[in-house]
Design a protein around this ligand. Structure first.
Ligand code: NAP
Length: 255
C-alpha cells in the first residue's frame, strides 16, 4: 500500500524549534504518522504544550530545552533523547530567526552574526551530532533542513536571512553527497507561512498586499501544509530523494 510508505512508525524524530509555529506542526504531524518525537527549543512551557499534542496524537514525547547555538548542549540533548526514546532516525533543523527587515546598508554586525549563528551554525551543530551518531551505529537516517523560498530566490530587505537560507541549501547538498547512502539530506523551502514569524508583515496591509501579489496561489500557507512535506521527506516515500530543495511556496519561485 502506497500510504504505508509515508508511515513513521518506530521512528524517533528530533525537531528543533518545536515550541511553536512550523516546528510544532512538524512535531505533531510526525507523531500522527507514528513517530516518537523530541521537540526542542528554548521555551519550556511551549514545549510542554507541543508534547501534550504529540501524546494526544499517539506518540511518546520528550520535550527538551535547548539553545541550538550551544554546542555542548546539543550533544547533551541527543544523549538524553536517545536514552529516553532510542536512536534518533530523523532530525528536523527547523529553529530559525529573522529579526531584521530593512536595507542591508543599515544592518549591524551583531544582528548579522546572530542570524547566521542560529540559522546556520546551530543547524550545523545538530546535523553534525546526528551524522556522527548514525555513522557510529552504522544506521540510516533522514535529515531535513528548513530553508525558505529565500534560500532559492532573493527576499528584498532580508539580506542576512536570505544569506542564511542559501547557506542551508548549500549545507544540505554537501551533506547529502557526503553522507549518502546512510543519511538522506533534504531542504524544505516554504514560502510565507502563517506563524509568529510572519505576523508583522501579514498584519501590515500594504506589505501584505504586496506579498500576496507575488504568490500565484494567492494566499499564505498553513503550518500543517509545510508539516505534510516534512513527513514525506522523512518517510520511505522519499526513499530515493536526497540533496533536493523541496519548495512549498505557492508558486513564488516558479515565476
Ligand atoms: N513562517 C514562514 O513564513 C517561514 C517561511 C520559510 C521558512 N521558515 C523557516 O521555518 C522555520 C520555523 O519558522 P516559524 O515560522 O515556525 O518561526 P517561529 O514561529 O518564530 O518559530 C521559531 C522556532 O525557532 C525556535 N528558536 C529560535 N531560536 C532558537 C535557538 N537559539 N535555539 C533553539 N530554538 C530556537 C523558537 O523557539 P524558542 O523561542 O522557544 O527557542 C521557535 O520554536 C525557521 O527556520 C524559518 O526560517 C519560515
Amino acid at each position: 500500500m502506497v500510504l504505508d510508505e509515508f508511515s513513521l512508525s518506530d521512528r524517533v524524530a528530533v525537531v528543533t524549534g518545536g515550541s511553536r509555529g512550523i516546528g510544532e506542526e512538524i512535531a505533531v504531524a510526525m507523531a500522527e504518522a507514528g513517530a516518537d518525537v523530541a521537540p526542542v527549543a528554548r521555551s519550556e512551557d511551549a514545549l510542554e504544550a507541543t508534547a501534550e499534542r504529540i501524546e494526544d496524537a499517539g506518540g511518546t514525547a520528550h520535550p527538551r530545552p535547548l539553545d541550538v547555538t550551544d554546542e555542548a548542549a546539543v550533544t547533551a540533548m541527543f544523549e538524553e533523547v536517545e536514552d529516553s526514546l532510542g536512536d534518533v532516525d530523523v532530525l528536523v533543523n527547523n529553529a530559525g530567526v529573522n529579526p531584521f527587515f530593512g536595507n542591508a546598508r543599515d544592518l549591524d554586525g551583531e544582528t548579522w552574526r546572530h542570524i547566521l549563528e542560529v540559522n546556520v551554525t546551530g543547524s550545523f551543530y545538530c546535523a553534525r551530532e546526528f551524522g556522527q551518531r548514525v555513522h557510529e551505529r552504522e544506521g540510516t537516517g533522514s535529515l531535513i533542513n528548513l530553508a525558505s523560498v529565500g534560500g532559492v530566490v532573493a527576499l528584498p530587505y532580508q539580506a542576512p536571512y536570505t544569506a542564511s537560507k542559501h547557506a542551508m541549501v548549500g549545507l544540505t547538498k554537501s551533506l547529502a553527497v557526503e553522507w549518502a547512502p546512510a543519511i538522506r539530506v533534504n531542504a524544505l523551502a516554504p514560502g510565507y507561512v502563517k506563524t509568529d514569524f510572519t505576523k508583522g508583515v501579514r498584519e501590515n496591509e500594504e506589505i501584505r498586499a504586496d506579498l500576496l501579489d507575488t504568490i500565484p496561489l494567492d494566499r499564505f500557507a498553513e503550518p500543517d501544509e509545510v508539516a505534510a512535506s516534512a513527513v514525506y521527506l522523512a518517510s520511505d516515500a522519499a526513499g530515493y530523494v536526497t540533496g533536493e530543495v523541496h519548495v512549498a511556496d505557492g508558486g513564488i519561485a516558479a515565476q
